[in-house]
Design a protein around this ligand. Structure first.
Ligand code: TXA
Ligand code: MG
Length: 306
């Protein structure tokens, strides 16, 4: 059910949850201070309670009430990338953030989304938690239709069109005097070099307790069985317009390898399309260099196929 910005603000004020567009993917929004609303977010998504939520704000100053501790480089990152697809995890005063939001950690994640509708809403409501608006484990939603397909036609969605980026924000934390990427996303490690003077490392997330709790879970997966491959004989292939395929294959094009941004934009829509069409099995073409944005895409494909 499509709602207006004023209706969304009114629902959030009474502790309801609504879906909100951002430049990355749609978010499932709730007021950061409402324990009941935050509980609904976890219930609606079927999200494990040990996976914390990102606090979305419209101005950097809005993090002050959480008493964050940060290195001087935080201001440089915020100035360079906010509003934008970057989430920064900071130590905070735990009394200022609901335990359910931070999943019991003594840190909280913050982001200013770069989407006019989200910013306008946030400036009316104040800070909102917003995990991706999808059933836990499924591909994120990049359109209002995707949200309705997961949560039902009656679910309130603020429609802001298709998401420009199509994959989630990059999540970073400051550890041992360096920023470390704990979830790959729209911004690549190289994007940070001009601002930080170094390329942040990517944490593998393979520890028993990953720094980014979300890394523990299966993600981005359609019902269809995906197989990653570099050779093809027949069947449905998720492929690229600049590569060749045998004529026995039916190709669902993700985009052109020379335009990774378009591939990112199409990724979840294509994974969701498999389920819409009842396709049981597909092969993904992995004949690409996993550098820059294609590294993020490769990571999503590995998770979707695992
Ligand atoms: O692009 C995005 O980031 C989207 C849009 C809606 O903003 N949101 C999003 O939220 O992807 P979600 O909840 O699907 O993913 C947030 C990730 C999870 O993997 C979670 O574990 C991690 O951020 N995270 C949140 N708070 C954290 C914290 N305090 N420490 C470490 N990781 C944290
Ligand atoms: Mg998510």
């Amino acid at each position: 059910m499509r709602i207006t910005l004023d209706q969304a603000a009114a629902k959030l004020a009474i502790g309801d949850v609504v879906a909100v567009p951002t430049e990355t993917v749609y978010g499932l929004a709730a007021s950061v201070n409402s324990p009941e609303a935050v509980k609904k977010v976890f219930q609606v998504k079927g999200r494990p309670s040990n996976n914390p939520l990102i606090i979305h704000i419209s101005e950097v100053e809005q993090i002050q009430p959480f008493h964050p501790k940060y290195d001087a480089s935080f201001a440089k990152l915020a100035a360079a990338f906010w509003p934008g697809p970057l989430t920064l995890v900071l130590p905070i005063d735990p009394h200022t953030v609901l335990e359910s939001v931070r999943a019991g950690l003594s840190t909280a994640a913050f982001r200013i989304p770069n989407h006019q509708v989200a910013l306008k809403l946030l400036s009316k409501t104040g800070p909102l938690v917003m995990p991706s608006a999808n059933l836990s484990g499924k591909p994120s939603s990049t359109s209002a239709d995707h949200v309705e397909s997961d949560f039902g036609m009656g679910f309130p969605v603020l429609d802001g069109g298709s998401c420009r980026c199509g994959v989630e924000s990059t999540v970073m934390i400051f550890q041992d005097q360096q920023w470390v990427i704990i979830r790959q996303g729209v911004l690549t490690p190289q994007d940070f070099h001009p601002v930080l003077g170094y390329v942040p490392a990517i944490d593998s997330g393979k520890q028993e307790r990953p720094i980014c709790p979300g890394q523990m879970y299966r993600h981005y997966a359609p019902k269809a069985k995906l197989r990653l491959a570099t050779e093809f004989t027949q069947g449905i292939v998720l492929g690229f317009t600049d590569l060749e395929y045998p004529k026995e294959c039916e190709i669902l094009y993700l985009g052109e390898l020379s335009h990774p941004e378009t591939i990112a934009e199409n990724l979840y829509r294509t994974l969701r399309y498999l389920d819409e069409k009842g396709i049981k099995e597909a092969v993904v073409d992995m004949r690409f260099n996993d550098a820059g944005m294609m590294k993020t895409i490769a990571e999503r494909l590995w998770k979707a196929a695992s």
